[in-house]
Design a protein around this ligand. Structure first.
Ligand code: ASP
Length: 591
């Protein structure tokens, strides 16, 4: 840290003082971290943002000063001055960055008092999360949280540096806008000036960044807040931050190369050990087959194999009827594992969460298969599957048979579950890879097609065969977490109109909602593409935190509320009247 400008409150940072300043006068300011009385002396560890410094109060210096020190309590705020002394060898504290020195206090002023904090600031013990969020200003004083936010700032600084070196400009886009579809529900804001009309909060700056390309900015970025009103899964926030990027006159390789430059530097800078880019690109089909996921976790093996063709014609009705009806049988080799009956049954629950019925487990023994299912298969089927799975005696093989949509995802989830159960992720190192060649559309809830990325992604293939279209999209995954995704965009109005039509927007609706984009595409839109990275996830990975809430200064709970401010809360009746809104009874809670 740069030394503070000297004033009446401080002229040095606690954490920066050391042997070099011994013998000098210093004035420091901060919070009482800990206080100890020892053999007539009072020791205070004083904390500011830079770290801790031990202060010593001697009773003989000045009785009034000593009396003040006796009254100080954790989290009181003080400014103290004195001479920096080297500690006796016996008192050196190697755990503390400033453990070789201490400030012998000759003057001290109390600047603020603190009530007793509801949880200790000076230790990192577990505290209930709602309490932490309610007293967030205290929680943020704790070393782990302070470190996370410093890291976050370091990450965004690196992003800006790399992008600025490459001539990107930062442009802000509106928060009060119209729907920008990314597949989630919009947050709506009622308009007072146009009663009955609503703004939507942006799910991403997608359309604005495309308009900036039409406007000729060529290289845009923004660290942008996005809003998606989704049922919060464990680690989602209703508002989150993206590093949003868009470029003109580019193809996939250009955006991927730029992304690798930015993210490679970010991870290198925070000491997150990834192989330097370029990172491998895996076609979506292959990711779904080998890992059962479009965000493959490649830190461990246990790859999935399509064993259906090897088992076709067996006596095992369960597999055969799935294969006969166009389904698939996928399997993985869990290695030499002994699992009890109840453990094996718990595997069923994992695949059931993804719509499959059960896991068929088989143990390899004497070159063949043991257990009830073995008799249904011929020796050559067994040998062929064993070979494909690299199975040897004692290995546990897990099979999932289901439709081509369900089985891959279910066994993919099983693969992750097994890796966690067997501790395969501990000390596994880190991995980054791209997933490319996505399908353009997937089946939506209502039976029609929806865009897998978003409907502004450029399709690849024959527009008259929508189900077979691929898209020019790419996602970046680190350790099984999708940290970014983007695409080359549609840059002609005809293609954009056709894609709207395929997802079931008729021309009138398309014009009403996205007329401005269609118009812009008629005024010389360059080929363009971009990507967005999830900042919260990236910082969580970089800091090794489980939850993104631990890298956001003021997050919401998993149910979308904020225990600190009480948001969301009721509106005043007058506010509702001004907005022309009458409150209906709340909808039934979901079952
Ligand atoms: N707007 C996309 C998203 O938020 C990212 C992109 O296509 O650039 O996921």
């Amino acid at each position: 840290m740069r030394p503070p400008r000297a004033n009446a409150l401080r002229d040095a940072w606690c954490g920066e003082l050391g042997d070099e300043q011994v013998g000098q006068q210093a004035r420091v300011a901060g919070w009482v971290h800990r206080r100890r009385d020892h053999g007539g002396l009072i020791f205070i560890d004083l904390r500011d943002r830079s770290g801790l410094l031990q202060l010593v109060f001697h009773p003989e210096t000045d009785p009034e000063l000593f009396a003040l020190a006796e009254r100080l309590r954790p989290e009181h705020v003080i400014s103290a001055t004195g001479e920096l002394l080297r500690r006796d060898e016996a008192n050196v504290n190697p755990e503390m960055a400033t453990g070789t020195v201490e400030l012998s206090v000759s003057g001290c002023e109390q600047l603020a008092a603190s009530e007793t904090p509801p949880f200790p600031i000076d230790e990192d013990g577990p505290v209930d999360e709602v309490t932490r969020l309610k007293y967030r200003w205290l929680d943020l004083r704790r070393a782990a949280m302070a470190e996370a936010l410093e890291r976050r700032s370091q990450v965004t600084t690196t992003m800006r540096q790399v992008l600025e070196e490459r001539d990107f400009i930062e442009v802000e886009t509106p928060v009060l806008t119209r729907s920008t579809p990314e597949g989630a529900r919009d947050f709506l804001v009622p308009s007072r000036m146009a009663p009955g009309d609503w703004y939507a909060l942006p799910q991403s700056p997608q359309l604005f960044k495309q308009l900036l390309m039409v406007a000729g900015f060529e290289r845009y970025f923004q660290i942008a807040r996005c809003f998606r009103d989704e049922d919060l899964r464990a680690d989602r926030q209703p508002e989150f931050t993206q590093l949003d990027i868009e470029m003109s006159f580019v193809e996939e390789d250009d955006v991927i190369e730029l992304s690798e430059a930015v993210m490679g530097e970010v991870f290198r800078n925070v000491g997150f050990e990834l192989a330097p880019p370029p990172w491998e690109r895996i076609p979506w089909d292959e990711a779904m087959l080998r890992y059962g996921s479009d965000r493959p976790d490649r830190r461990f093996g246990m790859e999935i194999v399509d064993v259906g063709p090897r088992l076709d014609g067996s006596e095992f009705k369960v597999f055969q009827s799935v294969l006969d009806s166009g389904g698939v049988v996928r399997a993985l080799n869990a290695g030499p594992r002994e699992m009890s009956r109840s453990e094996l049954e718990s595997l069923n629950e994992v695949v059931q969460r993804h719509g499959a019925k059960a896991v068929a487990p088989i143990v390899v023994g004497d070159g063949g298969w043991t257990g009830n299912l073995a008799r249904f298969f011929t020796d050559s089927q067994v040998a062929s599957v064993n070979e494909a799975l690299g199975a040897s005696d004692g290995d546990l093989l897990c099979f999932v048979a289901d439709s081509a949509a369900v089985a891959p995802v279910a066994i993919g989830a099983l693969r992750i579950d097994l890796a966690e159960r067997f501790g395969l992720l501990e000390g596994a190192g880190h991995d980054a890879c791209w997933v490319v060649d996505f399908p353009m559309f997937e089946a939506g809830d209502g039976g029609g097609l929806t865009a897998l990325h978003h409907p502004f992604t450029a399709p690849l293939g024959d527009l008259d065969d929508p189900a077979a279209l691929r898209s020019r999209a790419y996602d970046l995954t680190v350790d099984g977490v999708e940290i970014g995704g983007g695409s080359i965009r549609i840059s002609t109005p005809e293609v954009q109109e056709r894609v709207f039509e395929i997802i079931g927007l008729d021309a009138g609706e398309a014009r009403e909602r996205f007329g401005f984009l269609l118009d812009a595409l008629r005024f010389g839109a360059p080929p363009h593409g971009g990507i967005a990275f999830g900042l919260d996830r990236i910082v969580a990975l970089a800091c090794g935190r489980e939850s993104i809430r631990d890298v956001i200064a003021f997050p919401k709970t998993a149910s979308g509320s904020d225990p600190l401010t009480g948001a969301p809360g009721p509106a005043e009746p007058q506010q509702l009247r001004d907005l022309g809104i009458r409150q209906a009874p709340p909808p039934d809670p979901k079952p």
